[in-house]
Structures are given as C-alpha cells and as structure tokens.
Ligand binder design. Structure first.
Ligand SMILES: C[S@@+](CC[C@H](N)C(=O)[O-])C[C@H]1O[C@@H](n2cnc3c(N)ncnc32)[C@H](O)[C@@H]1O
Length: 254
C-alpha cells in the first residue's frame, strides 16, 4: 500500500517538523534525517497500544498497582502523558524514568497542542512547563528538575541511553524495589540508533526489570529479537495497533 502524503509543518525549531499522523494526532520528525517520533499510522494509537498496553502498565494501573516505567526515548513526552493519564484515572502511584539524548524545545512541544488529545489540561500544562524547566536547567547548568504531579513522578536522565545502561547511573535500579515493571523501548530504529539495539543494552535493561516485568517495542526485526533472547528475555510478538503495524514486540523477564 502506498504511504499516504501526511501533512507536515515547520515548527519553532528548524531541526523539527510536525507531522499529522493517521489518527489525527501529531508527531515530530527530525528534519535532517526524517526520523519520526511515532508511527505515521497514529502517534496516539501506537503509544496506547504498543507501550501502555503491551508493557502491562495499563492493566497494572487499572488494578491499582503502583507502577514503575522506564522509557528509552522520551521524545515528545506522549508516552509519559498517556501513562500518567491512566495512573490518574485509577488513582495509582506512578514512577516514570525516561532516558533521552535530545529533548525537543518546550516551544516545539507547545505547538503539538497535546490538549486536544490528552484530556487533562493540568497534566499537559505541567509537562510543557517541565520541558521549559529542563531547558532552563541545561542552559544554567543546574540540576535537572523532577516533575511531581500528585502521586506521579517523572524523572529524565539526559544523555546517551547506552551510557546510562553501561555506567554507574543504572546501578541503584538493580535493587529489587527500584526495578521497573514496564519498559517502553522506543529509541529511533536500529538503522538510526544501532548502538541501543544490542544484546548488552538488553541485558542491562533486563537487570533493572522486575521478575514479572515486560518490555514493549514497535520493532520486531529478527536481529533485534535474537539480541533480546541472548540477553535473557522471553520474546514474543503481538498484534499491532489498529491501522498500524501488523505485529509489535512484547518481551517478558525470564
Ligand atoms: C521514537 S522517538 C520516542 C518517542 C517518544 N516515546 C514519545 O512518546 O514521544 C525516539 C527518541 O529516542 C531518542 N534517542 C535516540 N537515540 C538515543 C540514545 N542513544 N539515547 C537516548 N535517547 C535516544 C531520540 O532523541 C528520540 O527522542
């Protein structure tokens, strides 16, 4: 099937363009590489289906189980907002740690108009303000702020996720009570970010996952599945989102 010609607009920063995906929700595309933050078939649909549902976070939050999420690739913050919304709906505590090498500017995030898709104005406003606060902290070289929103906590570790996985920052999260229930493995593709799709990275992520935890990803590439298996994951495929990829990946701690 031919790829639809999706409306694409300039943003406040020439490094990013805004593209409207097939479910009407926007995503960001890197101008230089054409790497897209989400599937063109639907940014919101992909986030809900592949990550929130596929990782098991949705059912945990619905059952009132306090949940810890690790996301590789924070991008626009959509994964966080969708997960936070589910946590708020069920009054369940959420801890969310994101690894990100190039956080888009707050001015660009503001242009995505997430209010139209996330039915919690205060959450969207707090998230956009947090993008601005992180930007200011980077400029002034002060500590990166944590976003506390009721009983939800968002932290970001800025830099290459491979460094986080292979260095001391990752060590505290090996403690049983610091490990994660759900992993959103969402960097750019293996072609664009090859270092992150390697077995040692999947082993490092495995070491910080709880024994009943799950990893979700859009990529079902054979080499990626083999690298995950070699790192101890029990790797499977599940149906993709409506209108999107036929299959997506769910890996369980083994
Ligand atoms: C597919 S987008 C993530 C979209 C995001 N989950 C969302 O909901 O908007 C991929 C993200 O991974 C980040 N990324 C790519 N390589 C990375 C690396 N080596 N370390 C950390 N982040 C990386 C990119 O900057 C980009 O923001």
């Amino acid at each position: 099937m031919p790829i639809p010609d999706r409306p694409t607009f300039a943003t406040a920063d020439p490094r990013w363009q805004c593209r409207i995906t097939d479910d009407g929700s926007p995503t960001l595309v890197q101008t230089a590489t054409d790497d897209s933050m989400h599937s063109g078939c639907g940014a919101l649909a992909e986030t809900r289906h592949v990550y929130l549902r596929g990782s098991g976070a949705e059912s945990r939050l619905a059952a009132g189980q306090s949940t810890r999420v690790l996301e590789l690739g924070f991008g626009t913050g959509l994964g966080w907002m969708v997960t936070a919304q589910a946590a708020i709906a069920h009054q369940t505590p959420l801890y969310y740690l994101a690894l990100e090498s190039a956080l888009p500017p707050a001015a660009v995030i503001r242009q995505l108009d997430w209010h139209r898709f996330i039915d919690n104005r205060a959450l969207v406003d707090a998230t956009i303000q947090w993008f601005a606060d992180v930007e200011a902290a980077c400029e002034s070289q002060t500590a990166i702020p944590t976003l506390v929103f009721g009983n939800l906590i968002l932290e970001v570790s800025l830099g290459d996720a491979a460094d986080w996985c292979c260095g001391p920052l990752h060590h505290p999260y090996k403690n049983p009570d610091q490990r994660f229930d759900a992993i959103y493995f969402d960097p750019f593709s293996p072609e664009s970010s090859p270092r992150l799709w390697q077995s040692d990275i999947f082993a490092a992520i495995h070491a910080v996952t709880k024994p009943d935890g799950r990893l979700a990803s859009y990529c079902v590439n054979r080499q990626v599945r083999d690298a995950m298996k070699a790192a101890g994951w029990n790797v499977g495929k599940t149906a993709g989102p409506p209108g999107g990829k036929r299959e997506v990946l769910v890996a369980r701690y083994e």
